[in-house]
Every structure is written in structure tokens, then in C-alpha cells.
Write a protein that binds this ligand. Structure first.
Ligand SMILES: *Cc1c(COP(=O)(O)O)cnc(C)c1O
Length: 219
């Protein structure tokens, strides 16, 4: 199977209103070019340095999504171009994104990462911490960040019931917050292994890597 046909198969299986982020982390520029030639424009990376190197080499109309954990001291490298930061999990990080966005005269769109998995290794805010962050005066005073939704990662498991249960936590938070915060429009849940469940659970944005580009080889 080629990247082009994988991409087409997935795109066809997704409801039209769902945004597909093609996760190209660890993959060469040539792979992204193939997806680009097939008409795809939205790519996700989990390391700022790798994303920036790719951004420099690839067409300017690509929308780059940072889906990985972000270190505050590296925000400046992506601030000139990043389209959406998925894994924001602290006020400190939001403030730094705001500062760098101001420097670049941009408004940077962000998602709050919500911890829904039971695995200790996964980052993110509890639903009540996310709620508190949205409600805080300090956050509303940040003129150059725009929080447009939530992102979550379910536990890596075959247990469909558990995955559904974890996605329902973030979906319930989303539904609860939308009336108060009408800017919330994005629910980023779903990866190669669980995107069908995620869509049934109310996802508006899926992040799919290996089902498009093949298995990753970590060196
Ligand atoms: C790698 C990654 C993905 C994509 O994972 P696949 O299983 O390859 O689809 C999605 N989201 C995040 C946060 C990732 O790090």
C-alpha cells in the first residue's frame, strides 16, 4: 500500500467535517511530499526541531500541528508558523505561547490536553484543572492565544469499552464547556488504532500516523 492510497482510504472513511491530521513524525520529507501531492495539507509532528526542519523544506501552505509535549523554551522556534498546538497543559506554557505569538504578531491556536488515560506516562490536565484554566482571568487576558478545544489520548489497549469510556470523559467536558466558551470547536481524539471509536465518541479531529505512513522506525 502506498501513502497516497492509504490517505485516500482513510479520507473516504471519515465524515466530511472531521479534520485529518497526518502524523508524519520520524518520516522523511519525501513521504510528506507524496501526501502533499495527493492533496493533503495538514500534518502533525511531535518534536519542535523536527517540525521546523520540515517546515523549512516544504511548501508554505502546509498547516503544521504540534501534537507532542511542548517544552516552554522551544516555543519560540515554532511560533512563526505553527497552526495548532494540541498538548497545552499549563498556564506557564500558555503564557510563553502568548509571548512568542505577540513577538510574531500572530494569534496562536491551542488545545488543552486532558488526561483521560489511566497510564501514568500520559500528560495532561484533569477536567477540573482545564475548567479552572479556562475560567481564569489570567488566561482570558492572554490576547494572542486562542484556546479552541481539547485533545486527549486514550490508553493503548484492545479493550474497546475502556477506550470508549475514556473518550466519553473528554467529550462530556467538551459538551459541558461549550455553552460558556463558544470558541470551543475542536475535539482532537483518535489515532490509527482507535479513530473509529473516537469518531463515534464525538471527535472533530483525528491524528493518524502509522495507518498512512506505515510503521515508524525509531533509531
Ligand atoms: C504518534 C502520535 C499519533 C499518531 O499515532 P498512530 O498510532 O501512528 O496513528 C497521534 N497523536 C499523538 C499525540 C502522537 O504522538
Amino acid at each position: 500500500m502506498s501513502i497516497t492510497s492509504n490517505l485516500q482510504d482513510i479520507q473516504e472513511s471519515l465524515p466530511k467535517e472531521i479534520t485529518l491530521v497526518a502524523v508524519s513524525k520520524t518520516k522523511p520529507v519525501a513521504d510528506i511530499e507524496e501526501a502533499y501531492q495527493a492533496g493533503h495539507r495538514v500534518f502533525g509532528e511531535n518534536k519542535i526541531q523536527e517540525m521546523t526542519e520540515k517546515w523549512e523544506q516544504l511548501p508554505q501552505d502546509i498547516l503544521w500541528h504540534m501534537i507532542g509535549h511542548v517544552q516552554t523554551n522551544k516555543v519560540k522556534y515554532m511560533a512563526p508558523y505553527v497552526h495548532l498546538i494540541h498538548a497545552v497543559d499549563s498556564l506557564k506554557l500558555l503564557k510563553e505561547i502568548n509571548k512568542q505569538a505577540l513577538k510574531n504578531k500572530r494569534i496562536i491556536h491551542c488545545l488543552l490536553q486532558i488526561k483521560i488515560a489511566e497510564e501514568e506516562s500520559k500528560f495532561g490536565l484533569s477536567p477540573s484543572d482545564a475548567q479552572a484554566l479556562l475560567a481564569s482571568e489570567e488566561v482570558s487576558s492572554l490576547s494572542n492565544v486562542h484556546i479552541e478545544g481539547f485533545m486527549g489520548m486514550a490508553t493503548f489497549t484492545d479493550n474497546q469499552k475502556q477506550i470508549r469510556q475514556e473518550f466519553s470523559v473528554i467529550k462530556n467536558l467538551f459538551d459541558e464547556m461549550v455553552p460558556q466558551y463558544p470558541q470551543l470547536k475542536t475535539l482532537s481524539i483518535g489515532m490509527s488504532g482507535d479513530y473509529e471509536v473516537a469518531i463515534a465518541s464525538g471527535s472533530t479531529m483525528v491524528r493518524i500516523g502509522s495507518s498512512i505512513f506505515g510503521k515508524r522506525n525509531y533509531v
